[in-house]
Design a protein around this ligand. Structure first.
Ligand code: G1P
Length: 317
């Protein structure tokens, strides 16, 4: 057992993707900036990192990510206008993203895969363990998993992945881990990892979801990892090497099994589901939205003037 007292402070957030699943919305807007109700998805990810004590955030970006950079920067004109109007509530919303974290950027240049994106962080992260958060996965703040992953890193050293059980027919959408139990509930040792396996051949139904705590030795492994699935340099493949060599410095991979609320914003259907699920829980929107959804379902989704106007006449049903 390795017991380290190191503090993990750096989070790496890959955000260089082209967002082709959301075209045309993502023609000029980064997919990370698509709103989940009224907040860009990426802001939730940064908030999650900061809540876990990781207030140094490195975005791996590419072309067309100006809006993302602007979102985390000051917006003087807007701030001054809101201040002059005395609209302090909205002013606070505008300033929030700016004050969250120390944000840094590096460009990926060529989209050669998630593993390649993480490799871009090497100079910034240097020799420290760090977290990677993928923007398509939103973890509900009430079910935060990064703190548990950081504890596992402190206890065992090496790298830590976040695992979620999925139906076998869906495992081919994820990295998949072969695991064995440890003496701690919901903490497993990872023996093998396969990127997006054929469900019939998958070694388990444990899917890797987009939270990682990585040992810096991953950089050396990534640099030597050949392109894998889809011709891309896969983070999963580098972790597979580290899992297979637990005795090398920084080697070994553990998994934390996540059983909480996760929202996927990676494709259109799950994005819509995430927006609805989060909106119905909001105090300002939830009651009316629930009512409207009930009416919509009761009407079997056919249009009627009542459903059309339900939002304007809350509680009218
Ligand atoms: C990436 C990883 C995959 C992981 C997934 C989690 O895939 O390569 O191992 O399971 O994120 O969201 P992507 O969804 O980017 O294709």
């Amino acid at each position: 057992m390795v017991s380290t007292t190191e503090q993990v402070t750096k989070a790496v957030v890959p955000a260089a993707g082209l967002g082709t699943r959301f075209l045309p919305a993502t023609k000029a807007t980064p997919k990370e900036m698509l709103p989940v109700v009224d907040t860009p998805a990426i802001q939730f990810v940064v908030e999650e990192a900061v809540a876990a004590g990781l207030d140094d955030v490195l975005f791996i970006t590419g072309r067309n990510k100006r809006n993302l950079e602007d979102h985390f920067d000051r917006a003087y004109e807007l701030e001054q206008t809101l201040a002059a109007k005395g609209d302090l509530e909205r002013l606070a919303l505008v300033e929030e993203a700016t004050k969250l974290a120390r944000i840094h950027y590096v460009r990926q240049g060529e989209p050669l895969g998630l593993g390649h994106a993480v490799l871009m962080a090497e100079q910034h992260v240097a020799h420290e363990p760090f977290a990677v958060l993928l923007g398509d996965d939103l973890i509900d703040a009430r079910d935060a998993v990064l703190p548990a992953m950081l504890d596992v890193r402190a206890r065992y050293g090496g790298s830590v992945v976040c695992l979620m059980e999925v139906p076998r027919e869906r495992i081919g959408l994820y990295g998949c881990a072969a695991v064995s139990a440890t003496d701690v509930d919901d903490v497993v040792r990872v023996h093998d990892l396969v990127e997006k396996p054929d469900p019939a051949e998958a070694p388990s139904t444990f899917a890797v979801i987009g939270r990682y705590v990585l040992d810096p030795s991953v950089f050396e492994v990534l640099a030597a990892t050949p392109p894998g699935r889809g011709g891309e340099i896969q983070l999963t493949d580098a972790l597979r090497t580290l899992a297979a060599e637990p005795d090398r410095p920084g080697g070994g991979v553990h998994g934390v099994i996540f059983r909480g609320r996760r929202y996927d914003t990676g494709d259109k259907l799950s994005y819509l589901q995430a927006v609805v699920r989060l909106a119905v829980e909001r105090d300002d929107l939830g009651p009316e939205l629930r009512e409207w959804l009930r009416e919509l379902v009761a009407a079997d989704f056919t249009w009627s003037p009542e459903v059309n106007d339900a939002a304007a006449t809350p509680g009218s049903a």
